[in-house]
Ligand binder design. Structure first.
Ligand SMILES: [Zn+2]
Length: 295
């Protein structure tokens, strides 16, 4: 098992090269040497069943692991009956299309605290996630698609690492989406060393065990933040913003953890995914070399 890398959405260069549809992305990614792709319904679910199936077939033919990001407007923190019902409906639609795409993971933003107390919002989220697991079973997707609640970057959003771990303890089909940029932003520059990454992985392993640690879903990008948390995603060239990928690569190699890492860099997500893969393979080669010389 090795770490899998790929972009969220389509790079600017994909369009610059004359491509127009995401159906061509899996082949394009394979040619670049990448392994994964996250398709976003973030701003809305506007894809036909036919296109969803075409993307899914292309991903399968090109050995690209496919995940889907559910709409950003899903809000499981809300106490409003209408928002609760609509949010469940958006998730149901996402799951049905994710199945047509043969995706195995659906990423989810838990929702906002809003006017509730944080505790009330978290209780709403817990009930909504229990319902989401039931929905997977009703749709016969349990065991085929994992729902992956994401660690969020803003204070008023649900989704601290502890909250995500507690939610994932509800059912083993729930896998955390660990967004390192968001954790860095929420902690106002919290990730600076291999120890900081180790600390995150230790907490995940203690809460969810080795299997889910080994099969994490991750998002990575450099990020700008303010007092309130996340402000803006940047690219690997914008080195004034953290976190750094090198210490993460070192920890992944050392602990033999093989997550799927989706890059959310602005415009350059495929290029930056490749850069991460290159750095990771360098660490992997270095470790193998040092193991050989010990023998
Ligand atoms: Zn997200």
């Amino acid at each position: 098992m090795t770490v899998k890398f790929g972009p969220s959405g389509n790079s600017k260069s994909f369009y610059d090269e004359g491509y127009k549809t995401s159906v061509d992305m899996p082949k394009w990614l394979k040619q670049k040497g990448l392994d994964a792709y996250e398709y976003s319904f973030g701003r809305g679910i506007n894809i036909s069943i036919e296109t969803a199936e075409k993307i899914g077939n292309a991903a399968l033919e090109n050995d690209i692991l496919l995940s889907v990001h559910s709409p950003y407007y899903i809000n499981f923190g809300s106490s409003d009956i209408e928002i609760k019902e609509k949010s469940q409906e958006y998730l149901r639609k996402t799951l049905i299309l994710a199945d047509k795409m043969k995706a195995d993971r659906v990423v989810l933003h838990p929702g906002s605290v809003g006017k509730n107390s944080r505790q009330q919002a978290f209780e709403n989220l817990t009930l909504a996630m229990e319902n989401a697991v039931k929905m997977l079973k009703e749709l016969n997707l349990y065991g085929r698609i994992s729902i992956c609640p994401e660690t969020m970057g803003k204070k008023n959003q649900l989704g601290t690492l502890d909250e995500i771990l507690e939610i994932c303890q509800l059912d083993e089909t729930l896998i955390p989406t660990v967004d390192f940029g968001h954790i860095h932003a929420l902690g106002r520059g919290a990730i600076n060393s291999t120890e900081d990454y180790e600390f995150i992985f230790d907490r995940i392993e203690n809460a969810l065990g080795k299997y889910r640690l080994d099969n994490l879903h991750c998002h990575f990008s450099r990020i700008e933040f303010t007092e309130a948390g996340e402000k803006k995603h940047w690219t690997f060239n914008d080195t004034q913003y953290g976190p750094e990928f090198e210490p993460l690569a070192e920890v992944l190699v050392k602990r033999k953890i093989s997550p799927r890492i989706i890059c959310e860099s602005r415009e350059n997500m495929a290029e930056d995914s490749l850069q991460m893969k290159k750095i990771y393979i360098e660490y992997l080669t270095k470790l193998n070399y040092s193991l050989q010389s010990e023998q």
